[in-house]
Design a protein around this ligand. Structure first.
Ligand SMILES: [Zn+2]
Length: 294
């Protein structure tokens, strides 16, 4: 292997269930971006939401990735071991008045703003102090009319109005769990990730995570959002849409299909080979410009 570039990518599944084809595509896209540049590829387990996690899912994910021939660099980072760091960051943001306690429930926000269920935009009712006295509060970030812009490697220039998109979003839930935006924003930056490659279903998370990094004076990575895998009825593959778990015994077939999904053109003979040959071919022939924008 040539000397490594400074590229560092990552794959960061949540242990809410087994990996499906959509997860495989995301893992493969990030792996190929890293390995084709002689970079590092880190594995992180985003296990900060125990109520949503499934027993045994982490082991299952690690075993499946291994069985598909993924080789990660360094040791696996578990977000559940990072709670002290998240708390410290939260404390800093509270002291800087960049975050504040909020007493609003989801229901009261919907009522007050006239929004319907789904994505809620929080217009900052508690910015000057929580409206109600509670024993526990959620903690929100103050978004100060920020526009977040970045140049996505596949989708091109992106621009988001945080205030309009989600308003002051949650950093810590009332039940004490830290939000995905806070944890991933911190870890991506502090693990020295140079490019986050993931499904476009997470495109709307990127501006919030970049904003978290900015408020904490951390350097943001580059972003690259891959097309989303849909099932026959047009739904995104996910645990909610009952996506089929990927099986190691089908690894060659699924790696091949995943390459095709990413717009690559593996020859049909590769289907009769093994994981190693597919990876060799894929790393040597990876052309990110072939990945569809849709
Ligand atoms: Zn509030």
């Amino acid at each position: 292997m040539a000397v490594s570039t400074n590229y560092r990518g990552r794959f960061a599944p949540s242990p809410t269930g087994p990996l499906h084809f959509g997860s495989l595509v995301a893992a493969m896209g990030s792996y190929l971006q890293a390995k084709s540049q002689n970079g590092e590829w880190l594995l992180r387990i985003d296990d900060i939401d125990p109520p949503r996690e499934q027993k045994g899912a982490t082991d299952n994910i690690l075993r499946t990735l291994e069985g598909f021939g993924f080789e990660w660099d360094r040791s696996v980072l578990y977000q559940s071991n990072q709670l002290t760091r998240y708390q410290e960051a939260l404390q800093y943001l509270l002291e800087q008045k960049l975050a504040y306690p909020c007493s609003c429930s989801r229901k009261s926000i919907l009522e007050k703003t006239g929004q319907t269920k789904g994505e809620t935009v929080y217009p900052g009712f508690c910015r000057n102090g929580p409206l109600e006295n509670l024993s526990e509060y959620s903690i929100r970030i103050r978004c100060n009319n920020e526009f977040i812009q970045f140049d996505d490697a596949i989708l091109g220039p992106q621009s988001f109005d945080l205030e309009k998109m989600n308003g002051d979003f949650i950093l810590q839930r009332r039940d004490g769990y830290f939000s995905y935006h806070l944890a991933s924003g911190i870890d991506d930056a502090e693990q020295g990730i140079t490019e986050v490659v993931r499904g476009a279903d997470l495109l709307n998370c990127s501006p919030s995570q970049i904003y978290v990094q900015q408020t904490l004076n951390l350097t943001s990575p580059q972003y690259c959002h891959l097309p989303i895998v849909l099932n026959e009825t047009g739904q995104k593959l996910s645990k909610q849409s009952h996506a089929k778990p990927i099986e190691i015994k089908e690894s060659v077939d699924l790696l091949y299909k995943s390459l095709k999904f990413l717009g690559q053109m593996p020859s049909i003979e590769l289907m009769n080979t093994n994981n190693e040959e597919i990876w060799n071919w894929a790393i040597n022939h990876w052309q990110p410009e072939r990945v569809s924008k849709k």
